[in-house]
Design a protein around this ligand. Structure first.
Ligand code: PEP
Ligand code: MN
Length: 333
């Protein structure tokens, strides 16, 4: 249930109302907007008399919400969430480009790529240290050493760092990481999501390999209901009937998610297509579709990359793409 309060209500009256809802065994999610406050009631609201609540003089409107996701629901929180990572803002009209190699391979590689993508305009550096690979015989990432190398790249460039966490027991290693990524294979690892709800760091949550939008939102809900509201959603393509591409990029997910949720939505055209030459057109299409940012794999030497070389673009290609992205943003304003 959603209770929208009248503008500028007395704080004491608001607190009394919240306490009353809590005494009925309900959770209360408070969203302070610029003009009005929205109370989202979580739990079994069937015994709450909506007419009685609506009749209170501090209440503007009361609505029952049937969707299963609450904290992530735009009805609970009408204004866009802006996730802040240092000086970088994601969501609410800001556009954030996250770039870097699939895997951190060496200091020279990650620092070189970080400098190149920064010079081209990227806002954050992403590189995998813990890699979820389909085959146990493939490169599994440099793990703790990879995180240390990302920190060196951050020191050299000032770019905040994003890297994937696969297991909550590794959390101490991620203490100094700016954004934790949950990969497509872990989108429904509910124990991991709950643990990330206790972390006060932004989470980049990818859509599951065959995940629906509702499943993605419910995964975000796990993190938010556990106390962490800094969630960035990522559309990275889903498994479908596509034969020549790694996945099918679901571009309509962008405006639909914007309708359903206040959380920022970024698009990953690299994993969505699996082919470097498909990345620029899909990045531009995603920008036109209104995403809040992009996650793009960039490698200095794609043929020799230890992971995802086929879908990695070179720094020069990234720089060209970056200016086209700005042109599309300008044109769709
Ligand atoms: C990745 O970001 O390198 C990755 C493994 O992506 P996904 O989880 O989307 O497959
Ligand atoms: Mn990858």
């Amino acid at each position: 249930m959603i209770v929208v309060l009248k503008p500028h209500v007395d704080a004491e009256r608001e607190a009394q109302l919240i306490d009353w809802f809590k005494s009925l065994g309900l959770g209360v999610h408070v969203s302070e907007g610029q003009f009005q406050t929205v109370l989202g009631l979580i739990g079994d609201t069937s015994s709450v008399d909506t007419d009685l609540v609506a009749s209170l003089d501090i209440v503007d409107t009361v609505k029952r919400v049937t969707e299963t996701f609450k904290c992530a629901n735009r009805k609970f929180h009408p204004e866009d969430t802006i996730v802040e990572v240092g000086d970088v803002k994601i969501g609410g009209g800001n556009f954030t480009v996250i770039a870097g190699p699939c895997s951190v391979e060496s200091e020279e590689q990650i620092v070189g790529i970080a400098k190149a993508v920064k010079a081209a305009g990227a806002n954050m550096l992403r590189g995998g240290a813990f890699k979820p690979r389909t085959s146990p015989y493939d490169f599994q990432g440099l793990k703790a050493e990879g995180i240390e190398l990302l920190k060196i790249a951050r020191q050299e460039t000032g770019l905040p760092i994003v890297t994937e966490i696969m297991n909550a027991s590794d959390l101490p290693l991620f203490e100094d990481v700016d954004v934790l990524q949950v990969g497509a294979r872990n989108t429904q690892n509910f124990d991991l999501l709950k643990e990330l709800g206790h972390v006060k760091k932004p989470i980049l949550l990818k859509r599951g390999i065959a995940g629906t939008l509702k499943e993605l939102l419910m995964s975000a809900e796990y993190i938010m209901a556990s106390g962490n509201e800094n969630v960035i959603l990522c559309e990275r393509g889903i498994r479908s009937y596509s034969d020549y591409l790694r996945n099918t990029l679901d571009l309509a997910a962008v405006p639909m998610l914007h309708e359903l949720t206040h959380l920022p939505v970024v698009v990953d055209p690299s994993h969505a297509t699996g082919l470097a030459r498909m990345v620029p057109p899909m990045a531009l299409a995603a920008t036109a579709a209104g995403c809040d940012g992009l996650l793009i794999e960039v490698h200095n030497d794609p043929p020799h990359a230890l992971c995802d070389g086929a879908q990695s673009i070179r720094p020069e290609e990234f720089a060209k793409l970056y200016s086209k992205i700005q042109a599309v943003r300008e044109a769709s304003r």
